[in-house]
Design a protein around this ligand. Sequence first.
Ligand SMILES: [Zn+2]
Length: 259
Amino acid sequence: MVPGPEFTATFDVPTWSLAQWLDDATLPSFEVLDTRSAQGRLDVRAKTVRVSDLVLAHGHACDGLLRGVWAMRALFDLAFADAPIDRSDLMVISKNSPCLGDVAAYLTGARSRFGTHRLDDALGVGFQLKQLSTERTWEVREEAGFFPDVIIRWEAALLNDEIPESDKRELLAVHEAAQWDWVREQLLPSTPRDHYLACELDHLELPAPLFEARRSDTLNRLVPAPITLSGPDDPTVHNPVADELTIGAWSARYLQGPN
Ligand SMILES: [Zn+2]
């Protein structure tokens, strides 16, 4: 018999994607709510999103990702305090940066393809947020000068073709080290609200959407839990009074199809 592939559980695999010193640091995390399924209502149980989850979704750890995390933590602390972030009820505006855009989409649940993630490069390192159900709006911006100007100028310079590759191969290493030195020495010792300034807005001008489509997996978010039935795959719904007759009647109706 040919041996099959050996599967290893994810938690047994050494994770190199987050450097040990960063994993050992006290990093912000986020409690989030989502709907239960493609047509489901809002799940009452919160999930925890950590920086390591963001790194896996984004593809790498970087200063931009962490600045986005600090900014989002300051923003959510102001907007929702200790309440979880309902990712079925938010619109976000971010700069069209690979790193900040991913943080914005992942933590808010907003998506450009549904018109809920809008782009505005004038925002720099910051976000604007709209709670769809209440129309309340907030923004957060990184304090000017917090991130070193020399790194900002190298970030732009290293994207143009005028620097020869023989120089660029060395400069990329110095550049990355400078970014991580700043994270270690400036960002990690600070709390999010020290340098990421959040406020509520009276009015928010929304940039045009890239796409607009109805998002179907949040449409039933506010439908209440069943009263007479249990959810066989939903541990949050258990109605001991559900009797066979009621279950049978609803099952029969379902099996008839929606028409
Ligand atoms: Zn990045």
